[in-house]
Design a protein around this ligand. Structure first.
Ligand code: F6P
Length: 362
């Protein structure tokens, strides 16, 4: 019997979605030459509303270096997945309907945290789901690595590199805001790779005083500029101590939603130096995947096809100690992989004099 597989890309895009689909399709066609792959348009939306492309093998060619996603993506919040759509239709039933109408044997979901929760919901509803770990944030629980992370790291590091030369020329303090949602992996890696002097992560609440002292210390050592890499989700000690509700309120009362601009206002009150802010934003998700990311993407795709062949469903493909394997969706769904405060990279960064903006750094 011809194998019939659905595939979709969900949530925020990244550079290596196409490369991963290519890896999956190439492996799939090798194991099942007459497999039929249906690509759902714009993520779960296409699965809900029967919008798909019946793919041909040639459509998966030439994708290794192509950023974005040829299928399109959308954010379909998990929070509203169990609520009816604007026409009063049950979204899960709509997706189940498309899956059974197309007589699919499996559904492959390329997604991050929210998308994985929805994948688990579908698995619980009887769909044969294989999820592949996508996100520039590298925050999926249970996997050492996600595809997208290394390409974003490249862009974020390049942004810090560029800022370095201009900061030095003008003897300025520069704050570079790095994506990563609620976790600090991208900022930690890019901050170290880009030679940032101060790195601020959501996992290590910062003290404005400690940051200002760090800047003053550099000046006293005749370093005229300071580069601060701040994660978009970084919080001060005071903010970290707030309840979720109070923190939300505090955020809404700020005159900027940007962690970097907010920090610039805060430190500018205490130091004389000129402070500038750079936010590379979605550039971090754009362009071509790096060679390493293409490798990760190809491996994830091949591992996904193997899971389909082996009939391993309700799973996420993960990297563990350099190898690909799978874990049950319930083991990862709804859990974040945050940066442990005692992570070796943090210790090594401290050893070379990088500050994390906390009182412990003094
Ligand atoms: O999860 C990827 C990510 O780029 C996060 O780093 C960031 O917080 C978020 O998506 C931005 O989302 P959007 O593209 O919807 O603005």
């Amino acid at each position: 019997m011809r194998k019939r597989i659905g595939i979709l890309t969900s949530g925020g895009d990244c550079q290596s979605l196409n490369a991963t689909m290519r890896g999956f399709a190439k492996a799939m066609y090798r194991q099942e030459p007459d497999a039929c792959i249906y690509g759902f348009v714009n993520g779960y939306w296409g699965l809900m509303y029967n919008e798909y492309i019946e793919m041909t093998p040639d459509q998966f060619s030439g994708l290794l270096t192509r950023g974005g996603t040829i299928l399109g993506t959308s954010r379909q919040s998990f929070k509203y997945m169990s609520e009816p759509d604007e026409n009063g239709m049950d979204k899960v039933e709509l997706m189940k309907g498309t899956y059974s109408r197309l007589k699919l044997d499996a559904l492959v979901v390329l997604g991050g945290n929210g998308s994985i929760k929805s994948a688990q919901l579908l698995a619980k509803n009887g769909l044969n789901v294989v999820a592949l770990p996508k996100t520039i944030d590298n925050d999926l629980y249970g996997t050492d690595l996600t595809f997208g992370f290394h390409s974003a790291l490249d862009v974020a590091t390049y942004a810090i590199d560029c800022v370095h030369t201009t900061a030095a020329s003008h003897s300025r303090v520069f704050i570079v805001e790095i994506m990563g949602h609620k976790v600090g992996w991208l900022t930690l890696y890019a901050g170290i790779a880009g030679g940032a002097d101060i790195i601020l992560l959501p996992e290590i609440p910062y003290s404005v005083d400690a940051i200002c002292r760090g800047i003053a210390r550099r000046r006293s050592q005749d370093h005229k500029f300071t580069i601060i890499a701040v994660a978009e989700g970084a919080k001060s000690v005071e903010e970290a101590a707030m309840s979720k509700k109070d923190y939300k309120k505090a955020l809404s009362e700020r005159d900027t939603t940007s962690a970097a601009y907010h920090l610039a206002q805060e430190i500018q009150k205490s130091i004389q130096a000129e402070v500038r802010v750079t936010v590379p934003g979605h550039m971090q998700r754009g362009g071509s995947p790096t060679p390493y990311d293409r490798l990760i993407a190809t491996r994830c795709g091949a591992a996904g096809a193997k899971a389909v062949k082996d009939g391993k469903f309700g799973v996420l493909v993960v990297f563990k100690n350099g190898k690909t394997t799978t874990i049950p969706l319930e083991e990862t769904a709804g859990r974040l992989k945050t940066v442990p405060a005692d992570h070796p990279l943090i210790q090594e960064a401290r050893a070379v004099g990088i500050s994390f903006g906390s009182e412990d750094d003094d």
